[in-house]
Design a protein around this ligand. Structure first.
Ligand code: ATP
Ligand code: AH0
Length: 399
């Protein structure tokens, strides 16, 4: 038998595995690296984050990704080159983190690598009846495996699509295993570039969980903060706080078919980008808005569409706890916009209260997905649209 297969077979049977989860999200801020100890599998999974870091990307690297990111027309050679380049680069960042943490690569069992989404095209977006839901993540897993010397699982989203999903959100699979609590209706809201949530009903039944993207989280705020202030994001919502929301533009922003489409649904910066905002400004005669007023309106837009989705998807008057994660949890304007629109039956707190840092959560979730693929079985989510009962990730051997 292949030695690597033997190794995988052995580690799959152990009660505990050490897994590094990697996430590089739509904000392009950096690589999230979470070293986790994962024991058990399925509903018996328990997880402890031993180390976490976000390794920031250099501006030149961000520019290279932006040249192909969420664009219909790109330099194909650059896409081809970036695929192995990002895999190797992520592998090197993993080695760098391990060395800082004083952990030998040989002491890690698996890497779970999300890669970098460069294009997301669910059917509702591309509207080509002969084509399926589609999404593309680059940063090939073979290169991560060879660079780290660790067996790597990657490209998680294709199996989800092959089973009828849109390739996202995948967080629900980890959320259900780690955070379900009988007797408590939980909503786990992640505000990254795009916002999404997982609904974990008090019944704790797998076939009642629910997940969807809600629309923009930080992506538009980031784009316009970069454009007008040459800063990566509106730190603590300072620019938005200095502005005033423009009601006409807000209405025009919300007038997009994504928001009326049935759940579950997914989206990305392919839809919610500067062109989308320019069209809404045109429609609402709001071209000459100040940068601060624009940011105030965009923050309101994210908060309103998040709350509208939660209202549509839940029995709003029942008690719920909303656990917030992702970079948007650090933006007080977004947090306030959400808080003031939810009824008092909603308790709002950060996911950190459940023992996982909100910045680490997505990377941690990929570690859980890899653990399930290697050591678990399939959770039966019943016939919930958007949550096919699958295990995900392709396996790459370092040797
Ligand atoms: N102090 C802060 N004030 C305001 N915004 C912040 C702050 N800290 C982080 N953010 C926001 O969070 C973003 C990064 O969030 P995160 O890393 O969760 O996104 P991501 O994982 O790249 O996106 P996605 O989940 O859509 O793939 C930043 O780009 C910024 O907009
Ligand atoms: C295609 C893609 O990369 N989608 C991301 C993105 O970032 C947030 C939201 O849009 C979510 O649907 C997804 O990521 C998280 C990790 C998920 O799949 O749950």
């Amino acid at each position: 038998m292949n030695e690597q297969l033997k190794k995988l077979y052995t580690l799959a049977q152990r009660p505990e595995r050490r897994i590094i989860g990697l996430m590089s999200g739509t904000s392009l801020d950096g690589l999230d690296v979470a070293l986790c100890r994962v024991s058990g599998s399925g509903l018996d999974t328990s997880l402890r984050v031993e180390h976490f870091a976000t390794v920031p990307y250099a501006e030149s690297f961000k520019q290279e990704i932006r040249a192909i990111f969420a664009k219909r027309h790109i330099d194909f050679q650059q896409l081809c080159l970036l695929n192995p380049y990002i895999g190797t680069y992520h592998g090197r960042l993993v080695r760098q983190c391990l060395s800082q943490w004083g952990v030998e690569p040989a002491a890690v069992d698996l890497v779970a690598s999300h890669g970098q989404t460069v294009y997301h095209a669910p059917r509702a977006q591309h509207q080509l009846p002969d084509y399926p839901n589609a999404t593309l993540q680059i940063g090939d897993g073979d290169h991560v495996a060879v660079t780290t010397g660790i067996i790597t699982l990657s490209d998680f989203r294709q199996r989800h699509i092959a089973a009828g999903g849109e390739g996202a959100p995948l967080a629900v699979y980890g959320d259900y295993l780690l955070f379900t609590k009988k007797g408590e209706n939980r909503i786990l809201l992640n505000m990254g570039g795009i916002a999404n949530f997982t609904y974990l009903p008090a019944s704790a039944e797998a076939d009642a969980v629910f997940t969807t993207d809600t629309g923009p989280g930080n992506t538009l705020l980031d784009a316009f903060t970069q454009k007008y202030f040459n800063e990566p994001y509106d730190s603590d919502g300072a620019y938005a706080t200095a502005g005033t929301c423009h009601p006409g533009l807000l209405r025009a922003l919300k007038d997009h078919p994504f928001f009326d489409a049935p759940f579950p649904k997914t989206t990305g910066p392919e839809v919610f980008n500067q062109t989308f905002v320019a069209v809404a400004q045109e429609k609402s005669d709001a071209h000459s808005l100040s940068a601060n007023d624009l940011l105030a309106t965009l923050a309101r837009f994210s908060a309103d569409t998040i709350v509208a989705a939660i209202r549509r998807a839940t029995h709003i008057s029942e008690p719920h706890t909303l656990y917030v994660s992702g970079g948007g949890a650090h933006n007080p304007v977004l947090m306030q916009g959400i808080r003031e629109q939810l009824p008092t039956s909603f308790q709002i707190c950060k996911i950190d209260e459940l023992g996982v840092s909100g910045d680490a959560k997505e990377a941690v979730l990929f570690a859980v997905l890899a653990n399930e693929t290697v050591a678990g079985g399939k959770v039966n989510f019943g016939n919930r649209a958007g949550v096919p009962s699958v295990s995900m990730g392709k396996i790459s051997f370092p040797e």
